[in-house]
Design a binder for this molecule. Structure first.
Ligand SMILES: [Zn+2]
Length: 107
C-alpha cells in the first residue's frame, strides 16, 4: 500500500470530519498484516494535517473452518502466521488485521 495515497485519503476525511476546526490529533489503526510503512504513513499525514499522529497496531484475528476464532499461530520469533493454532490449517479467513483505517480525530 502506498503511504502517500492513504495519507491523502485520511487527510481529506479528517478535514471533512473536523468541519474546519484545528485538528490536534489523528488516530490511525493499522492491521498487523497490512503491508505499509508505518513511519512513512505517519510522516505523510503529519505533513498534511500538521498535528499529532498516533498509529495503533491492530492484532490479527482469524476464523477457521474448524470453528476456531481468535489470534493466529505465532511463529518462533513471535510473528503471526496465517494459520489456525487449533487445527494447523491455513485455510483461514482473516477477520481483523488486514486493513488500515482512520479511527478518529481530536479537534
Ligand atoms: Zn482450525
Amino acid at each position: 500500500m502506498d503511504p502517500k495515497r492513504i495519507a491523502e485519503t485520511f487527510a481529506n476525511d479528517a478535514k471533512m470530519a473536523s468541519q474546519g476546526e484545528k485538528i490536534m490529533r489523528a488516530v490511525i489503526r493499522v492491521g498487523y498484516f497490512v503491508n505499509i510503512s508505518r513511519p512513512a504513513l505517519a510522516k505523510e499525514l503529519q505533513q498534511k494535517l500538521n498535528c499529532t499522529i498516533e498509529i495503533k497496531d491492530e492484532r490479527p484475528r482469524i476464523e477457521c473452518t474448524c470453528g476456531y476464532e481468535g489470534l493466529p499461530v505465532k511463529d518462533g520469533d513471535g510473528s503471526f502466521m496465517l494459520k489456525c493454532p487449533k487445527c494447523k490449517s491455513s485455510h483461514i479467513r482473516l477477520i481483523a488485521g488486514d486493513c488500515v483505517v482512520l479511527e478518529g480525530i481530536e479537534v
